[in-house]
Design a protein around this ligand. Sequence first.
Ligand SMILES: [Ca+2]
Length: 347
Amino acid sequence: MLRYKKICLFGAVVAVFTLGIWGGVRYVLPTQPQITKRVVAQSLHCALPSQSAASPHPGMVWVPGGRFEFGDNVYPEELPVRSVALAGFWMDRTEVTNDDFAQFVSATSYVTVAERAVDLNLYPNLPPDMQLPGAVVFTSPNAVSEQSRLTQWWRYTPGAQWRHPYGPNSDILERGAYPVVAVVFEDANAYALWRGRALPTEAQWEWAARAGQVRTGQDHAQPQAANTWQGLFPVINTQEDGFVQLAPVGCYPANGLGLWDMIGNAWELTADAYTPDHSQVHEESGIPIASNVHRSAATGQRVIKGGSYLCAPNYCARYRSSARQPQDEDLGTSHVGFRTILNTSGP
Ligand SMILES: [Ca+2]
């Protein structure tokens, strides 16, 4: 039942964000392929520069500490803007990739939540398809009506998991450099612990994405150099950025700290439990004040940051450093991944 409720909640949350955007308009388009092909723009260079072997933490970059304006005013959940001070930390320069995650699974035989059998004693009233292991997958519809009915483009898909991110007929062959998705908070934490690291807090993530920009509100425009959605979501994707779905990490220029894809590509899980806004955060850390909120299952949802390849101006304009959204802790989706941090001294 909990799992079923979570699916409903997932829909409800996104529905709230959607209301007022569609206005009852119906779009009908020619048939589109269910699994859309990847188109690489000529100008993209999807290869990361090598890092010095002398780096104390290969694959990570140092994020200097600082005080900044945490939050924004585009959506209510970004308010109020708070002044937050953070110590420096190391951060993965890219989202965790399928190759990275495969190393973890190979070393530990870890089984992700989306692969595990559903406990029907805990969830006795699930619809038949949701009694099977899986994750939620986005599929672009040919037509959309009743804008609040998100099942037109989001479907719980048995067999979807990190090795099959768009469903059982998809795979990650030759996609080792793509961000791992269909993983949940528990999976991301397990990976981070295996690496001796942690997930970033929301404030750490936001500060890193700012790359030293103290003032908020400087990044409201849809970025040109990131994997987002150009066109009318969810039916028309003009793929001007080169990708309809996920892109390999590192295709677009890094930010000023050397962090790739902080905005767009895959949403990124953080350590913080989701709260409706920033009214109850610690001034020095940005962490929710209630001690039972941070790093707990108190709400069942975690904050995700950065937006994804599905963020468009007409829907979910969350391709911004301060944007935030809740993600159910036990529900994998085809557009949520993560990266890790290391709280230790700098270079
Ligand atoms: Ca795109």
